[in-house]
Design a protein around this ligand. Structure first.
Ligand code: GLC
Length: 433
């Protein structure tokens, strides 16, 4: 298939093929095929396309992002005092799930514990009982969250960072080997708790399998032993989709951040994670939110190259996702209600994406062409295609004129400006792809 696509490439299409902006974080990780899920067990995840990432913890109180403890060199004992104030009055996991569903998202991933060490569940392995059930909140948020996801029919995902800034051994693992060993013990214990106490977990999303913020996760694998860790995970959760950031390659690849996605279709499963509020992952007083149009274009550009989008929100200290962010998500959800058939359950192709112009996806006998920008004065020529097209139409209504010519498919399409929402065109084929 990949070679057949190459042969038909022309002009703009070829240019897109040459430069991919995707950067995979776990690219250098240790391989181990026996831990990987079978493609058929990944299919549900690849079909979903869109998930909600939630960064939430004590750092929501100072509201300067989830790295505040490290960035501002706040001593661990002082940072720990935030737990006395962490009593989120309006925490409502069902509401989070509703917001995700209304946005057209199909799964969620919650930071069960970030690098600051504070666990959002009742964690016996937590060093110094630094967890929400044993501090002022007296609540097991992970229990409520996992139940809410399941009730709403959303995939249940947990983020977990084995590294913990409270341990000097994290920064100097050789000098403080005993201390580092304690951190590792906590990491294994907590991973086991998350995998064994909360029913079926659909996604395990590691972060910070590195050491002293240096090198890659793979460089720190001598310490974390990710194969051992993930063998244990597979014992409890044989079908969980695991990301590549423990030092083991995982079931999919990860691209992080808000940069635009360009280049050709990527054949391995992958996910782009990024922030709705560009200021930080954790709640931040500084607001710089993405627009619905930017989110929709990101989703098309990622799904059109075979990936999923995990879009992050940072609820405030009271547990509430900022209402202005909810509004943005609702708009994305409204677009997906009409255009989702060209996203969910599709696979990228048969045409290679053309950067800034279009992406195509297909499902059964339909090809969905997402038009990102086009001057409607000109005919759009798609590359040569060996299937007969029966009809073409705009999803928003109305037939479109098309001709299958020697060099490809000529379509008369509307004008689409960058600042407007993209337009979806459906091509019905005479036979399934
Ligand atoms: C980085 C950051 C972290 C964030 C994560 C999300 O690894 O350390 O703050 O949680 O990316 O992908």
């Amino acid at each position: 298939m990949a070679d057949a696509r190459m042969e038909t490439m022309q002009g703009d299409e070829l240019a897109s093929k040459l430069k991919s902006s995707v950067v995979f974080k776990g690219d250098k990780s240790i391989r181990n095929a026996s831990l990987k899920l079978d493609p058929k067990d990944m299919a549900w995840w690849r079909d979903t396309k869109f998930g909600m990432f939630i960064h939430w913890g004590l750092y929501a109180i100072p509201a300067r992002g989830e790295w505040v403890m490290n960035n501002e060199k706040i001593p661990a004992e002082e940072y720990a005092k935030l737990a006395d104030q962490f009593v989120p009055k309006h925490f409502d996991a069902d509401r989070w799930a509703r917001i995700a569903k209304n946005a057209g998202m199909k799964y969620m991933v919650l930071t069960a514990r970030h690098h600051d060490g504070f666990a959002l569940w009742d964690s016996p392995s937590s060093y110094n009982d630094f967890c929400s059930s044993k501090t002022a909140a007296k609540q097991d948020f992970v229990a409520e969250y996992t139940a809410a996801c399941r009730k709403a029919g959303l995939g249940v995902g947990l983020y977990y960072s084995p590294m913990d800034w409270r341990f000097p051994g994290y920064f100097q693992p050789k000098e403080f080997a005993d201390n580092a060993a304690l951190m590792k013990k906590q990491g294994y214990g907590q991973t086991e708790e998350l995998m064994s106490k909360y029913g079926k977990i659909d996604i395990l999303w590691y972060d910070g399998g590195w050491l002293a913020h240096k090198g890659t996760d793979a460089d720190a694998s001598w310490f974390w032993e990710p194969l051992k860790l993930n063998k244990m995970v597979r014992k409890y959760q044989p079908k969980a989709v695991i990301n590549p950031r423990s030092g083991w390659e995982g079931d999919f690849q990860c691209d992080e951040g808000g940069h635009e996605i360009t280049g050709p279709i990527i054949d391995t499963p992958w996910e782009k994670c990024l922030n709705l509020n560009k200021s930080s992952w954790g709640y931040n007083k500084k607001q710089n939110p993405m627009t619905p149009n930017e989110i929709i274009r990101m989703l098309i550009n990622v799904a059109g190259r075979g990936g999923n989008v995990l879009l992050n929100v940072g609820p405030g200290p009271d547990g509430v996702i900022p209402p202005s962010h909810v509004k943005i998500l609702e708009e994305v959800g409204r677009w997906l209600e009409e255009n989702g058939k060209g996203i969910y359950g599709t696979r990228p192709g048969p045409f290679q994406p053309v950067d800034g112009r279009y992406c195509s996806m297909f499902k059964d006998d339909k090809v969905y062409l997402h038009l990102l920008e086009w001057d409607g004065q000109k005919e759009l020529i798609l590359p040569k295609f060996d299937r007969k097209i029966a009809s073409t139409s705009l999803i928003s209504g109305g037939k479109l004129a098309f001709k299958q010519i020697k060099d490809g498919v000529a379509l008369v399409v509307p004008t689409v400006g960058k600042n407007r929402l993209p337009v979806l065109i459906e091509l019905v084929l005479e036979k399934k792809l």
